[in-house]
Design a protein. Sequence first.
Lengths: 495, 94
Amino acid sequence: MTSLDDLSLTEAAALLERRALTSRELTAACLARAEQRRSLNSVIALLADRAMVEAEDSDRRRAAGAARGPLDGIPLGVKDNILLAGVPATAGSNILRRHVAAYDATAVERLRRAGAVLLAKLNLDEFGMGSSNENSAFGPCRNPWDESRTPGGSSGGAAAAVAAGLCLGCLGTDTGGSIRQPAAFCGVSGLRPTYGRVSRYGVIAFASSLDQVGPLGRSAGDVALLMNAIAGHDPRDSTSAPRPVPDFAAAIGRGVRGLRVGLPREYFELGGCTADVAAAVRDAIAVLEAAGARVSEIALPHTRYAIACYYLIATAEASSNLARYDGVRYGDRVDPGRGLAELYLATRGQGFGAEVKRRILLGTFVLSAGYYDAYYRRAQQVRTLISRDFEQAFAAVDVIAAPIAPTPAFALGEKTADPLTMYLSDIFTISVNLGGVCGMSVPCGLSAGPRPLPIGLQLIGRPFDEESVLAAAGALQEATDWHRRRPPEGGSGRP
Amino acid sequence: MAIGSEQVLHIAALARLELGAAEIAEMQRDLGAILDYVEQLRGLDVADVEPMTHAATLATPLRDDAVVTPPGAAALANAPARAGDLVAVPRFLE
């Protein structure tokens, strides 16, 4: 048997089912791993005691022949902007440092129902706003492949935890790439489902027309098993789609014979990919072609406008969503003793970090009198054009293949001086959220050099066609072993 | 688009955000750079394009008109100041 730290969720589920492993053993191994890899700072709250109780419950169910399926007894993590009743939910913000969730998010409730062990709340950029996990009030998370580098963001803690073996899968959220980019930077698989596929009930809102919950795992198969548990309509989220939920795991082995894969020429021309990234992505596409996919070039002509469009729409929505943090009903309060208006100003001025303030200000500006039409409405019109690009592309192809990010994980501190430079690193992920389609990141290579870093392939699918994306991801993982590579032990990259 | 410090203060007041002097200068610089960057959207002809307001294309769903009890005590436990079962705030009417 491979080390417990190296097991995929699918492998662990098989061992649990055969009674070759207990959830208690597996959970204890993950908790030990979390202690061992504390330097990553991927965890905001470790739920050790609760997790061991949940593991024992799972073992009892299994012994009684009442196991609830493949996730029963599997230790998982949850990004700390997703609510888990009775446990702090900070969203990586000082303003929620002492906030305790009053109920479970729907996605969490569904994982519980499936018997999962929920073992940690994981680090993130404050309210999901960032691409490097450096905007967390709890300090930056580090990349397990090289601790001098970022794990990506905003689900940096989730991706780092899966990569380093702290848990076998995670729930993240993706508003502009926040599942896919950290998955790519840490060498794990991550799916941003179609908007409406997974309920947002119990998820701390950032930009409500773009936010979506999704899984990160060690393989496409692991991601599919997590999707089977969390997807589906929820009456408590009016934007969740009342559509039947397929068996995502069945899509994994479907193969890609005849699948039409499109390469968006703009992604290869605009983004300034490093040679390593471009080569790894091309190689992965060649693997799909060899497995029977039909590859052709396509156009997504409005790609170059996506970042501008996104940072107007997302900040406008954020400025509205974050109005609720006023120091009255929940969150920290700063009361200078000069009345309610001063309480609001001081609470928000001291509770939010710099990037959140920047986005609230930008969003307030683009919604303000005299600027709404020129900025916000125009951005929404451009969003229509970006969405039409996808519609036209998907008339000719079934899946779009592209890079996730122009570079592998960048260094901590490399892009913090200039917010715009950080925004530009999102060029390949942001259109998916604007267009309301689905997208996935799967490992497809390692960079050259003494400390290799993972590279991710992006697979984009039609709305509610996560299955084709998973089929392509499954075919790639059938033919390559990039997803089995693990970061070097001991956290290289630090003196 | 250049943005003045009074304009930053005006937006900050709308957003109920207290900013220190250094923050005002920083936000002036950053917002100016971001607004310069988004100027590129002006190059697109969107005269006849409907705005896309949302990714979901659903009609507003209706649910049963049934009372759902919110998690009262747990929710109230998060209030930074309480008076009995109520959330306490500073006096705002004289």
